[in-house]
Design a protein around this ligand. Structure first.
Ligand code: SAH
Length: 254
């Protein structure tokens, strides 16, 4: 189940209800512990999976499922993004345990909201790529950051804040320039903890170092960054007075 990006108020109503009903909750690290403290019922068994292997996690879930009707695995953001979701579901399926996935607000969305940025902008970019740079997990063929960055769309880079040098190399090789803007948001949506750093491909590494940002951060590279301050903007057709759609007729401008 997704806990959202960090702000306890950004958990879904459904997830909140399930936390209340849960007999046991296994949460992933410090990012989501607060949601448990806030919503879990008294007597609920709560554990942190930080030091556990995948086998230990699934063993814990399976054993709790034999005692409780509702057992929750709580993860940051949305469980379908870098959440080892399928690796955890398969052993549950094999054990005949019924499961369901509850989506959550990803940190990519919280990061953009924190900085008042839009992932898409008319006639600038209409596509978003969620990716990461290669770390210990190898990237499948055709998915290197250099390959993806050539599209010049919005790129949200997870799990890459310690690899900013690789990000820079890949972006430059893909045709971006040193002056192109980069946004880094650490602990997006965390009350009192969120940090927003704006820079360029050339200086973002240095700026993050100065702010001591080495974990829990989203990197966004996009031709739409900073659009809030642009004087000339292609407006969305949806709200254009001359554009007819299902709910509104175009004005006659003759
Ligand atoms: N499922 C999560 C992502 C898990 S991978 C989601 O949908 O958000 C962990 C990575 O997510 C971190 O390395 C960081 O890049 C990003 N991340 C998680 N929480 C974050 C937050 N509150 N602010 C910024 N980035 C965050």
């Amino acid at each position: 189940m997704g806990a959202g990006p960090g702000d306890p108020e950004l958990i879904t109503v459904k997830a909140q209800r399930l936390l209340r009903e849960a007999g046991a909750i296994l949460y992933a690290g410090s990012l989501v512990s607060e949601a448990c403290t806030l919503w879990a019922s008294e007597g609920c068994e709560i554990a942190d999976s930080k030091g556990m292997t995948l086998e230990e996690i699934t063993a814990w879930l399976i054993s709790q499922a034999s005692r409780h009707e509702t057992v929750v695995r709580l993860q940051t953001g949305d469980p379908g993004l870098y959440g080892a979701l399928i690796e955890m579901i398969q052993p549950l399926d094999a054990a005949g345990i019924e499961s369901a996935v509850v989506p959550g607000i990803s940190s990519a969305f919280a990061s953009m909201a924190a900085a008042t940025e839009s992932m898409t902008l008319p006639e600038v970019t209409q596509t978003v790529i969620f990716t990461r740079v290669e770390g210990r997990t190898p990237m499948p063929a055709g998915e290197s950051l250099c390959d993806l960055a050539r599209h010049k769309t919005t790129l949200c880079l997870f799990l890459s804040i310690t690899l900013l040098h690789k990000v820079r190399e890949a972006l430059l090789a893909a045709g971006w320039t040193e002056n192109d803007p980069v946004l880094v948001v650490q602990k997006a949506s965390w009350p009192g903890k969120e940090k927003i750093v704006r820079g360029t491909i050339a200086n973002i590494h240095e700026k993050c170092r100065a702010e001591k940002i080495v974990s829990q951060a989203m990197i966004v590279v996009s031709p739409a960054l900073g659009a809030r301050n642009w004087r000339v903007l292609k407006k969305s057709k949806l709200y254009d007075a001359g554009f007819t759609h299902r709910f509104r007729k175009a004005e006659n401008r003759l």
